[in-house]
Each structure stands twice: as structure tokens, then as C-alpha cells.
Design a protein. Structure first.
Length: 414
């Protein structure tokens, strides 16, 4: 069956119509004519398989990745300019569909590097090492992921060599962080395993490397637990951004794309008034709080995770930041809206939720940072009657994937 693609779906599928019914075709691009086969039909839409491209889009490119079963790089068949446009429209459509917010969205801020940008990876292990197949618990074995820092791929190959030679039992994950040629590696296992041979491989491959063993007997998707043992080498990565020195452990939260992180943080800093009293909700290890403190009168960072709070305190002390207060605790309990004129919310992927959004309503200036357009739209829906949206700007933190980071600037209605 031949159809013409006229739009994109929320997951990057090509959208066509047959008898006024929407059809979603994975792998098809806007403007293409394609042959398809309907595979599933529902009340309001159908799903189809792409059989043949009759008229390709000028935005179609050859996919550089050889792992077709891995669902990570859903947009890699799009030219990069098309990816940026798709993400801009994704944010706009999501706000309209979920929150009935019809707002202009600025062009997506591009990444200088579309590949080898990720500074951290968590691989799954079960005899094979790689990522889960799309919509599956089966593993796609990965030898070289184009999104990863080259050092991460180097560790991955050394780990595969170790597994094939020693066949240890019980390993669940391999976690690697690489910044400034400093490499931290964690082997996650449900029991103690000998890692000396793997340690030797790492020592011979890298000048600055550290290895951890993490015991994890949990049945859920949590990877890194507090039951962690340092095996050898460096314990943390020492790095610097915005003239701020800080340390990162294997389980510290940090954006996986430093280049776009810095563009986003500089943009947020520019949104802050010089004399502002800022509260940074979900402040993590404190880097953004410290950057904002370079401009604001005073900054309070609120973080519920004790380990992240302690890292934020260390960052503050090491950099002698006098106008920053780090607060340990639940945001709902610790936040006092009368104490600030500007609030930054940077929640986890699930968003803030109704209670928090209702509590913050009334702060003069609100900056909302999100890695999930759906949860962002749900949160903004709760406060849309209180605030005017001044700007919405997506940042391409994750090129070639469906993910997008977004900064929304809001101002309290008069």
C-alpha cells in the first residue's frame, strides 16, 4: 500500500493517512512516498511496517550505526537539521496535546558533536554486554556505540575480553564515566567476583582510571547501590566548568553531554537578574547553583539525596562561594516561596508533580528545566493560569535520539 508521509509522530514515526485514519510508520520521514503493510489497527490509528521507500526525503541519510535492533538512536536516519526541527516541533506539539498550551518554541540549540558525546554509559550484562532491544528484555551485544566517548568504547571492549576469557557469573551491569581522559568503571554484580584480571587490562590501557565493584541483589531497574567497594585507581574525576572546580564519583549525577550542558547553564545564568535571590530546586551536586551564584545576590540549593548534598557542600567550600546555601531535604518541606524572587526547577524525568507545582505558584520568576516534554507539559498545565510563558528553548542534549532538554522561562501574571 503506497502512502505519502506528511508529519512525524511523538516517537519520530512517519505519519500518513488512510481513509482519514492516522497511520504511524517507523523509519519513514516527512515528505516521503513509501510502500507499507498495516501490522496493527486500533480505533483511532494504525501501525504499519515500512516495506519500500519510493520517493526518499532529501533529509534521509545513511545510518552510521550497525545495531538496528537497539532502540537508542531512533533519529539517526534524519539529517541533523531535520532532527533539530523535529525536537522543536515535538516540544510544541506535546505542550498543546498534554496541557493545551499553544506557545511559540525557539529553534533547538544544536550540538557541535552528534557522535561520541556521551560521557557516561550503563550497559546491561547477561553473558553478552550491550543495550536492551527495542521493547524487549533481550540484549543487543555492543562493541562500539557511536554516541559514546571513545574511552567508554575502549572499556567496553576490554570488558568483553575479560568476560570471554574468565566467564564470571552474576554480573548485571557495566557502568563507565569518562571526562577529560579520566575514567571511572563500576562492575555491578549480585555477588562478589574476582576483578583482578579486568583491573590489569584497565591499568595497561589508561593513565587515570579507577575500578569499583557494586553489589546489587535488587530485582528492580536500580543499577548503582550504596554497597560499593573501590578496587584500585582514582576514586573520583576532577574537572572544571565556568571556572568552578568539582569532583564526580561513579554515581554522581552529571549531564552526559558537557558541551550542551554548558550552553544550557550559560543560557539559564543569563536569565537571572543580577540582584536575584534564587532557589534551585532538585539541585543535585550543586554545579548549576554555583554557576548561578556567580551572578545572583544569593542562591539556595535544595536536594533530598544526602550524597549529592555532600558533594554540593564540597564544591561550595572548594570554590569559596559565600553567597550559596545548600539545603538537605524534601523540596516540598524546605521550600519557602516568600524567601525568593526566582525559582529554578530541574526535576528528574518524572517531573515535579501536582503538589510541588501548586506550592511554587506565586514566585515572581520561574525557570523550568526538563528532559521529558510529557512530564514538563503536565507540570506546566498545573500553573498555566498563574504564569505567562516568556520563552521555551530546546537544547539537543542527546543527538540522534528522541530525547530533548528544554528550558522554559515563566513570569507571574500581574
Amino acid at each position: 500500500m503506497r502512502v505519502k508521509i506528511f508529519d512525524y509522530g511523538m516517537n519520530g514515526e512517519g505519519v500518513a493517512k488512510i481513509d482519514n485514519k492516522i497511520v504511524l510508520i517507523e523509519g519513514a520521514l516527512n515528505g516521503e512516498e513509501v510502500d507499507i503493510t498495516i501490522t496493527k489497527s486500533y480505533a483511532n490509528y494504525s501501525i504499519a511496517k515500512l516495506d519500500k521507500i519510493i520517493l526518499p526525503s532529501p533529509m534521509r541519510i545513511n545510518t552510521p550505526c550497525g545495531y538496528s535492533d537497539c532502540g537508542g538512536c531512533a533519529l539517526q536516519n534524519m539529517a541533523y537539521a531535520e532532527q533539530l526541527k523535529f525536537k522543536q516541533q515535538l516540544v510544541k506539539k506535546t505542550l498543546k496535546k498534554v496541557a493545551d498550551i499553544d506557545a511559540d518554541v525557539l529553534p533547538t540549540v544544536a550540538a557541535d558533536k552528534q557522535f561520541n558525546y556521551r560521557n557516561k554509559a550503563s550497559f546491561v550484562c547477561d553473558n553478552l554486554v550491550g543495550f536492551y532491544k527495542k521493547s524487549s528484555n533481550s540484549i543487543v551485544e555492543i562493541a562500539n556505540c557511536r554516541l559514546m566517548d571513545n574511552n567508554i568504547n575502549k572499556v567496553l571492549n576490554l570488558f568483553n575480553k575479560f568476560l570471554k576469557e574468565y566467564t564470571p557469573v552474576g554480573i548485571k551491569n557495566l557502568v563507565v564515566r569518562s571526562i577529560d581522559n579520566q575514567v571511572l568503571v563500576a562492575v555491578v554484580s549480585n555477588k562478589i567476583i574476582p576483578l583482578a584480571p579486568f583491573a590489569e587490562l584497565l591499568k595497561n590501557a589508561f593513565k587515570k582510571v579507577g575500578l569499583y565493584l557494586v553489589l546489587n541483589t535488587r530485582k528492580d531497574k536500580v543499577v548503582l547501590t550504596n554497597n560499593i567497594t573501590h578496587i584500585f585507581g582514582i576514586k573520583q574525576i576532577e574537572t572544571q566548568n565556568f571556572n568552578i572546580k568539582y569532583s564526580l564519583g561513579i554515581n554522581s549525577f552529571h549531564q552526559t553531554n558537557i558541551e550542551i550542558q554548558n550552553k544550557l547553564y550559560a543560557y539559564v545564568q543569563n536569565l537571572i537578574d543580577n540582584n536575584a535571590h534564587v532557589v534551585n530546586g532538585f539541585s543535585g551536586v550543586g554545579l548549576l547553583s554555583a554557576i548561578i551564584a556567580q551572578k545572583a545576590r544569593h542562591v539556595e540549593g535544595i536536594e533530598i539525596e544526602k550524597s549529592a548534598h555532600l558533594e554540593a557542600e564540597k564544591l561550595k567550600i572548594d570554590n569559596k562561594i559565600a553567597n550559596l546555601t545548600n539545603i538537605l531535604g524534601d523540596f516540598l518541606v524546605k521550600f519557602n516561596k516568600s524567601s525568593c524572587d526566582t525559582l529554578i526547577l530541574d526535576p528528574a524525568k518524572r517531573g515535579c508533580g501536582k503538589k510541588i507545582m501548586q506550592k511554587v505558584c506565586g514566585v515572581k520568576n520561574l525557570i523550568y528545566i526538563s528532559c521529558n516534554p510529557i512530564s514538563m507539559a503536565k507540570d506546566l498545565r498545573e500553573i498555566k493560569n498563574c504564569y505567562i510563558i516568556e520563552s521555551i528553548k530546546p537544547f539537543d542534549m542527546f543527538p540522534n535520539t528522541l530525547s530533548v532538554e528544554t528550558v522554559v522561562k515563566l513570569k507571574l501574571k500581574e
